[in-house]
Design a protein around this ligand. Structure first.
Ligand code: UGA
Length: 482
């Protein structure tokens, strides 16, 4: 068996964002390199199972591995938001990775335990270690902490500095600190400075995982980016990915950090571009679906990230695009193109509201609006920087009486308390607005919806529903760019 790599995922907080990153990388590391995962502070409840099961130095194989798989699978399922909404998907992912692990290590007969073996509210097992406790025995320490947006749009490095300060004194000699957080260009150097260690190398290894499919993305990356001035440290980090097939780009830290921001900014640009094209389509009487299809077959353009919608959101694009404008500005370049992309995105929220106004034929004061979808995209319960929430707020500001449903959101948000089923929000509604592309919306009973609504009008901001089928049922249908 190859040597056992101990991967410490050093983290400092309980933030969901961190959980999501942590697990993606923990599991990816595990699969890639038979790694042991140790860590973590604060969030003992779920990571405890993971840590306990995969515990440090445990021989891999037979029963211990079955336990490891079970704990990891359950933690993974929980992390991927099993409890509420998106559950089936999360479970599928958890089972999938567990299956892959077990296939790899041949523990087939113990696999059934996966389905039942985890109690998410059980007390954490003894021995869960903090970041320093984890890092002091590890060859690799991963920094996967959040870098939230500061007041001026820049990235806030306080979490990453805090964890670097914590682990700096205890890292073993020759350890590699791998930074996965999205950090401004130059941050690798900042971490080096805070660690204050000449015998430890900091390597930038940005991630490109999407929320809700992090594990799949980890195991099937388009590329692996490693930024280091130390070739041997870069090779050591690259070796953790053995078993994952993808081009590996080894570059300097500043370039690695820039690749991450530039990639997110480019994807956001594609979406803003297509939202602008959708507006052109509306003006000239074209259908954006066909336009995008025709564009996408050009291999230089591609079909991905060209779906028009209510605007892009989530915990990454808005924060990272503003941060890149800020980074460029600080460095003396005014990134007007990206500023324009952000403006087009903010305009898109207002364009959707204008469509709702046009659909009902006047001001929204007192108009009953049914909303389907609050999350920033489907298959997550995340509402951070969600275009849907922003649009709900704008509708409320214009006096609309908004009732909303989302399969993954239960608590109050954007001034509304979501109802528990998609039909009740339609009762007496003057217009239905679709803001998130949950697949289940497509399969609802639209005769029932029409029967409940005061007027059969739909504004479909995701171009999700079947327009001809709705029109046959007497609906007035308004999409984006068509
Ligand atoms: C994004 C990137 O896709 C990941 O590669 C990156 O690692 C991650 O940010 C990050 O920096 O951590 P994520 O935030 O999960 O991942 O969301 P996406 O799936 O990229 O969607 C972002 C937004 O764009 C959503 O609001 C989505 O609805 C919207 N979108 C996406 C569109 O409106 N149209 C599209 O064609 C695609």
């Amino acid at each position: 068996m190859p040597f056992l790599v101990k991967v410490a995922e050093a983290m400092i907080s309980h933030v969901d964002y961190t959980r999501y990153h942590l697990i993606g990388h923990s599991m990816g590391g595990l699969v890639a390199r038979h790694a042991c995962v140790c860590a973590v502070e604060n969030d003992a409840e779920w990571i405890g199972a993971l840590t306990h099961s995969i515990c440090l130095g445990a021989p891999l194989g037979g029963a211990p591995l079955a336990k490891a798989v079970r704990g990891a699978s359950a933690a993974l399922a929980k992390l991927l938001r099993l409890q509420e909404g998106g559950g089936a998907h999360a479970l599928h992912q958890a089972d999938w990775i567990a299956g892959r692990l077990s296939g790899r290590f041949d523990v087939t007969d113990e696999n059934n335990a996966l389905k039942t073996g985890y109690d998410p509210v059980a007390p954490p097992p003894a021995g869960v270690r903090g970041a320093a406790g984890a890092a002091e025995v590890c060859e690799f320490s991963y920094l996967c902490v959040p870098t939230p947006q500061g007041d001026d749009g820049s990235a806030d490095l306080s979490y990453i500095e805090a964890v670097a300060r914590e682990i700096g004194p205890v890292l073993p000699s020759e350890a590699v600190v791998v930074n996965k957080s999205t950090v401004p260009v130059g941050s690798t150097r900042v971490v080096e400075r805070v660690l204050g260690r000449d015998d430890v190398v900091v390597v930038s290894n940005p991630e490109f995982l999407r929320e809700g499919s992090a594990v799949h993305d980890f195991l099937n990356p388009d590329r692996i980016v490693i930024g280091s001035d130390d070739q041997s440290a870069a090779v050591r980090v690259a070796s953790l990915y053995i078993g994952v097939t993808a081009p590996i780009i080894v570059t300097d830290p500043a370039s690695a950090e820039t690749i991450k921001y530039a990639s997110n900014a480019f994807l956001a640009t594609k979406i803003s571009f297509v939202n602008a094209i959708a507006a052109v389509c509306e003006a000239v009487g074209a259908d954006v679906k066909d336009v995008v299809l025709g564009m996408g077959y050009d291999k230089r353009i591609g079909h991905e990230f060209l779906k028009p919608g209510p605007g892009w959101g989530g915990s990454c694009f808005p924060k990272d695009s503003r941060a890149l404008v800020h980074i460029a500005d600080d460095a003396g370049y005014s990134f007007d193109l990206l500023s324009g992309v952000i403006t087009v995105n903010e305009d898109q929220f207002h364009r959707v509201v204008a469509k709702v106004r046009a659909a009902v034929g006047g001001p929204l004061d007192g108009v009953k609006v049914a909303v389907w979808g609050l999350t920033f995209k489907a298959r997550t319960d995340d509402t951070r920087d969600s275009p849907a929430v922003r649009i709900v707020e704008l509708l409320g500001e214009q006096g609309a009486d908004v009732r909303a449903y989302d399969p993954a959101v239960k608590g109050p948000i954007g001034g509304v308390v979501p109802l528990s089923d998609p039909y009740s929000v339609c009762d007496g509604a003057d217009v239905l607005v679709v803001l998130t592309e949950w697949d289940e919306f497509r399969w609802l009973d639209f005769d029932k919806v029409a029967g409940l609504m005061a007027a059969s009008r739909v504004v479909d901001a995701r171009n999700l529903l079947d327009k001809p089928a709705l029109e046959r049922r007497g609906f007035t249908y308004v999409g984006i760019g068509r």
